[in-house]
Design a protein around this ligand. Structure first.
Ligand SMILES: Cc1ncc(C[n+]2csc(CCOP(=O)(O)OP(=O)(O)O)c2C)c(N)n1
Ligand SMILES: [Mg+2]
Length: 354
């Protein structure tokens, strides 16, 4: 018998949960002021998230999917991408959207159940939220194929969850991306849960990164609570894709510190001990500890940043609350170029009900 294929999956972490450097930092991370910028995004995301949940709990927002715990993944992705790359997301990457120029007011409008929030003014080529699990993997293949045909040095960046990698759409997408050597990066945010289904029940594979091997391209694993590790892996994957080297899959190991959405109650299926343990590895505190150890951060700067981010979030929430609501008929307005007769009738009825 001969071995005809072998593979290995690399795991990378630069800062441990205490903020200690565990391997030489990549060049971008040698500048603490640059890391402060990454930290600012992470703090802003967390405050935005808390506000969105508060608005939902007081009946002023629809169901919301919290990103708490995901800040390092989102900051790493958003800050690494070039503006004319294309981002294709699930529902949990509001932080990436913010970095790419979607306004916070637009995000609140979207979660308020108003499709005008998907017609964001900033990154017009980015896709809207994809609720249909893993369908965006196929859309990414289409976008990346177009970029390749046009010989553009652009990359399609796709995010999906651990649960999403169980879908047929995911396997079909990575197969095509590998076969056609497309300029795409797939980031699997492994937050250990797909609603109530734990990672171990989701797949018998040792890592989710190795699913890329079946597509014929590289898969890597990073500590998704370490923004430096995520950003570094993104930089490498993006430059490889831009240079014609094909796709990469990045599995970012993190933890969903929130309920699945505001419509979920995670205490029904996971233990408080597991959650408490996960909080010890959350992404903000390690970067804060590292910056503090470099002399680049202190309590005064922290307080000033919290104040500034709170004001920004409050202003966006107020701008959202001051936006006149659309009528109930608008639910039909973004489904078809021409509405089928049956839905046209329902739309008319909704207008009549006003
Ligand atoms: C095709 C499809 N099936 C089922 C659902 C219902 N659903 C919404 S979120 C979710 C779990 C997704 O888990 P994961 O991919 O790990 O992402 P996470 O929510 O943890 O970020 C499911 C099954 C859906 N939205 N789309
Ligand atoms: Mg998940």
């Amino acid at each position: 018998m001969t071995v005809v294929a072998k593979f290995e999956i690399r795991y990378s972490q630069f800062l441990d949960p205490g903020g200690k450097v565990v391997q030489p930092l990549p060049r971008f991370a040698s500048d603490p002021q640059f890391l402060v910028k990454l930290y600012r995004w992470m703090v802003l995301m967390r405050i935005y998230d808390a506000k969105a949940i508060a608005l939902q709990r007081t009946g002023q927002l629809g169901t919301f999917a919290s990103l708490v715990g995901n800040e390092a993944v989102e900051t790493g992705i958003g800050t690494a991408m070039a503006q004319d790359d294309v981002f294709l997301m699930t529902y949990r990457e509001n932080g990436v959207q913010l970095i790419r120029g979607v306004t916070m007011k637009e995000l609140f409008i979207y979660w308020g159940g108003d499709e005008r929030g998907s017609a964001f003014a900033g990154p017009r080529k980015d896709f809207a939220v994809c609720i249909t699990i893993a369908a965006q993997v196929l859309h990414t293949v289409g976008v990346a194929y177009a970029m390749k045909l046009r010989r553009e040095p652009r990359v399609a960046v796709c995010t999906l969850g651990d649960g999403g990698t169980s879908k047929g759409d995911f396997y079909e997408g990575i197969n095509a991306a590998g076969a056609w050597r497309l300029p795409a990066v797939f980031v699997v945010t492994n937050n250990q849960w797909a609603i109530s289904v734990p990672r171990r029940a989701q797949s018998a594979a040792q890592t989710l990164a190795q699913k890329a091997i079946a597509g014929g391209f590289e898969g890597v694993q990073v500590d998704g609570n370490d923004v430096i590790a995520v950003r570094h892996a993104m930089d490498e994957a993006l430059s490889k894709a831009r240079a014609g080297g094909g796709p990469t899959l990045i599995e970012a190991l993190t933890y969903r510190l929130s309920d699945h959405t505001t419509a979920d109650d995670a205490t029904r299926y996971r233990s408080p001990d597991e959650l408490a343990e996960a909080w010890k590895a959350e992404p903000l505190s390690r970067l804060r500890a590292y910056l503090t150890s470099c002399g680049a951060w202190d309590k005064a700067r922290e307080d000033a940043l919290l104040k500034e981010c709170n004001e920004q979030v409050q202003a966006a929430a107020q701008a959202y609350l001051d936006t006149p609501a659309v009528g109930p008929e608008c639910m039909f307005d973004h489904l078809y170029a021409r509405l089928p007769a049956a839905l046209e009738k329902q739309r008319a009825a909704a207008l009549g009900d006003k």
